[in-house]
Write a protein that binds this ligand. Structure first.
Ligand SMILES: CC(C)(COP(=O)(O)OP(=O)(O)OC[C@H]1O[C@@H](n2cnc3c(N)ncnc32)[C@H](O)[C@@H]1OP(=O)(O)O)[C@@H](O)C(=O)NCCC(=O)NCCS
Length: 166
C-alpha cells in the first residue's frame, strides 16, 4: 500500500495529497456524515482543495494530522482519521470521518487505535470532542478507552479524555 504511514489489519492511513480533494468534497456532501460535526457540505471543489492543502501543510510541518483512510488491499478511499495539534491545549485531538457505506465495520475503531499508538509513541496527550447525540462516535471513543468529562463547549461538543496507555 503506497504512501501509508500507518497500517492496520485492513486499512492504510496516508497523508493527504491534492488528488484527495474530490473525495473530500464527496465525503462532506452526505448530510448524515456531517450531521454531528459542525461542518457542512463544501460549496465548491476549491473549498475542499483549500482544506486538503491545510492538511498537507500540517503534515509537512509536524508529521502529524488527519490522514486519508484507505482499504489496505484496493487503496480505495474510505474516509479520514487522525490527530490534530492544539497548541493552546498542549495536546492533540483524535477525529474520524468515514463514508456512510462503510459505517459499522469497525474501521473507525481500527484506524483510531493506530493513531493512538502513534500518539503514545510520541508522548502526546490525546483528547476528543463529540456531540453526545453522535452515538456511533461516542461508542468508538469508549472502545478506544476515552471517558466523557463534564466539559461541553458552546457548539455542544463534549470533551472526552484518555489516560495514556502504559
Ligand atoms: C463515527 C464514525 C466515524 C464511526 O465509524 P465506524 O467505522 O462505523 O465505527 P466502528 O464500526 O468502529 O464502531 C461503531 C460503534 O458504534 C455503534 N453504533 C453506531 N451507530 C450506532 C447507533 N445509532 N446506536 C447505537 N450504536 C451505534 C456500532 O454498533 C459500533 O459499536 P460496537 O462495535 O460495539 O457494535 C462514523 O459513523 C462516521 O464517519 N460518522 C460521521 C462523521 C462523524 O460523526 N465523526 C465523528 C465526529 S466527533
Amino acid at each position: 500500500m503506497s504512501g501509508a504511514v500507518l497500517l492496520t489489519e485492513r486499512l492504510g492511513l496516508r497523508p493527504h495529497t491534492p488528488a484527495d480533494a474530490p473525495f473530500m468534497l464527496r465525503l462532506n456532501a452526505d448530510p448524515e456524515v456531517v450531521r454531528y460535526t459542525g461542518d457542512s457540505a463544501f460549496g465548491a471543489l476549491s473549498e475542499a482543495e483549500a482544506v486538503v492543502r491545510a492538511l498537507e501543510q500540517q503534515w509537512a510541518e509536524h508529521r502529524l494530522g488527519r490522514l486519508v483512510v484507505v482499504d489496505r488491499v484496493s487503496g480505495e478511499r474510505l474516509g479520514w482519521c487522525g490527530l490534530k495539534w492544539h497548541a493552546s491545549e498542549a495536546g492533540v485531538d483524535l477525529g474520524f470521518r468515514l463514508l456512510r457505506s462503510v459505517w459499522g465495520l469497525g474501521y473507525a475503531t481500527e484506524a483510531g487505535a493506530a493513531c493512538l499508538g502513534e500518539a503514545d509513541r510520541r508522548g502526546l496527550r490525546v483528547f476528543a470532542n463529540a456531540m453526545p447525540a453522535n452515538v456511533g462516535s461516542v461508542r468508538v471513543l469508549a472502545k478506544l478507552g476515552f471517558r466523557p468529562t463534564e466539559r461541553v463547549d458552546e457548539d455542544g461538543f463534549m470533551r472526552f479524555v484518555r489516560e495514556r496507555a502504559g
